[in-house]
Design a protein around this ligand. Structure first.
Ligand code: ADP
Ligand code: F6P
Length: 467
């Protein structure tokens, strides 16, 4: 494989983010950090295997970065101005579409200037892909931030095979219809040959909308457009590099890290663990409240049990994320001031991102994993936990509103809005017989090791390339 950046490639991924973000500190020092979130976790191994190019934003405003070669594939950074970051990324992507697509957990904000910026930036991504793609290349567009790219790209390069995958939920028509630009966004996706979703429900929601477009007929996962094309609409539940995670978690380095971590936490009898981006979709308020009450009621003993919660800062300038950060800080403070001692904190809360080895060590020491989003396209954390566990005496508490619940059926399911129900399920997961827990873990492990990220990518690309 070539080590220099290629002029044109046969396979392209376009995502809002690159797998690495460029960070510049106050003294002007530049460093690259792994980007947060499930999209990068899932697609990095696919790119390492297939090669080609990844087009995306490098995470810093007002800066042009030259293309470079990284881990077996080319990287083409797309520049965004500070105003575009505000209007396209923080605004339209994360204050309009994100809440709308997550069942309006918080109120979506609609601004016409944000829509203008969204169109402009989507065009820029499409132009970059049109330049980099060789004749007849396969282009795989990722996620809601680039919803209009399939249509723009088809106009520029009708020779390309274009796939689109939505990593987040797709809402029911009744909620989607609030969007002032709903027609344009549906048209945007119909520019693709294949539109993939995390669940069959999401695919069905989109098909219903597609059918409403003038001249479009749609049934059984196929939409026929007025220009004579067929767009396949299907679910492709995303996954992880299960073996990679398992090998990492069972490596000597991570085992040593796990021993140290357990010691740092005071060698408690039981460790409960949660790790998320600090996002209001993740159900952190409900989860922390539920565990806090169990401590306060004496059902969990702070001398015996520690709840470790990691929350990576995310979209920090968006209003609802600021509110969430303050709410969680307050809630954690309230709980720790009432339960535990100076030496024994009941709740260890870290507002940070950790390297993958440290995360693997955390999965290794966690007797109970809490994954309780109020809405989530898939949730890869749940799958990572299962892949990293070598000990059967562990349990996963999982929200029924995560896409992963369709596959990890043996998890301890909860409705995160039902705090009492969640408390009861947490206690059950802690006290059920080791035999029952082992049976559940084995079944979930089979699922996670059968349906890996390679299976996901291959099934999407086989469908796209056979189109
Ligand atoms: P989302 O894509 O909404 O962030 P997912 O659960 O699908 O949610 O993916 C999150 C990804 O980010 C996982 O791969 C997880 O390991 C990683 N991650 C989340 N929080 C942290 C953290 N604090 N430190 C390191 N990695 C994290
Ligand atoms: O997985 C959903 C997603 O929105 C990705 O598209 C994104 O990269 C990730 O979460 C993290 O969010 P952000 O890129 O806004 O930090």
């Amino acid at each position: 494989m070539s080590e220099t950046v290629q002029d044109k490639v046969d396979f392209l991924v376009i995502a809002n983010r690159l797998p690495v973000d460029r960070k510049i500190d106050d003294d002007g020092n530049v460093s690259w950090k792994s980007s947060p979130g499930g999209l990068v976790t899932a697609l990095e191994p696919v790119m390492q295997r297939k090669g080609g190019a990844w087009i995306g934003w490098h995470g810093a405003p007002d800066e042009v970065v030259e293309p470079f070669h990284h881990d077996g594939y080319d990287i083409h950074p797309v520049p965004l101005s500070a105003q575009e970051v505000e209007e396209y990324y923080e605004g339209f992507s994360n204050a309009t579409l994100w809440p709308l697509y997550h069942d309006c957990i918080v109120e979506p904000v609609f601004h016409r200037e944000w829509w203008d910026a969204f169109q402009k930036v989507n065009k820029r991504f499409a132009e970059q892909a049109a330049r980099q793609a060789s004749e007849g290349a396969t282009v795989w567009v990722q996620d809601y931030q680039l919803n209009l790219v399939p249509k723009y790209l088809r106009q520029m390069r009708p020779d390309l095979r274009i796939g689109f995958f939505l990593h987040i939920p797709f809402p029911p028509i009744e909620l989607y219809s609030r969007l002032p630009w709903r027609e344009e966004l549906v048209e945007g996706l119909l520019g693709a040959d294949l539109v993939g979703f995390q669940t069959p429900g999401a695919a069905a929601n989109f098909q219903r909308l597609a059918k409403r477009r003038p001249g479009v007929t749609a049934a059984r996962g196929r939409a026929h457009t007025p220009d004579g094309r067929t767009v396949v609409i299907r679910d492709f539940p995303i996954s992880i590099d299960s073996r990679g995670f398992h090998e990492l978690a069972t490596s000597e380095k991570v085992k040593a890290e796990a021993i140290k971590l357990r010691e740092d936490l005071g060698n408690p009898g039981t460790i409960i663990f949660g790790v998320d981006r600090l996002d209001y979709t993740k159900g952190l308020r409900q989860r922390i409240r539920a565990v806090g009450e169990l401590f306060k009621e004496g059902k969990l003993d702070p001398h015996e049990v520690v709840f470790l919660q990691l929350a990576t800062p995310s979209r920090e300038r968006v209003e609802e994320y600021k509110i969430l950060r303050d709410d969680i800080n307050l809630l954690v403070g309230q709980i720790n001031s009432k339960v535990g001692t100076i030496a024994n904190r009941a709740l260890v809360y870290r507002n940070e991102s950790v390297p993958r080895e440290v995360l693997a060590a955390m999965y290794q020491v966690a007797d109970l994993m809490l994954v309780t989003p109020v809405r989530d396209g898939m949730n890869l954390v749940a799958k990572e936990y299962i892949a990293c566990r070598s000990n059967d005496d562990s349990a996963l508490v999982l929200s029924e509103f995560a896409g992963a619940a369709r596959e990890l059926k043996q998890a301890y399911m909860v409705n995160p809005y039902d705090i009492d129900g969640m408390k009861a399920t947490i206690m059950k997961a802690l006290t059920d017989s080791p035999k029952l827990k082992a049976r559940k873990m084995r079944a979930m492990r089979r699922q996670v090791f059968d349906k890996t990220i390679d299976v996901w990518a291959d099934s999407f690309l086989t469908e796209l390339e056979g189109h």
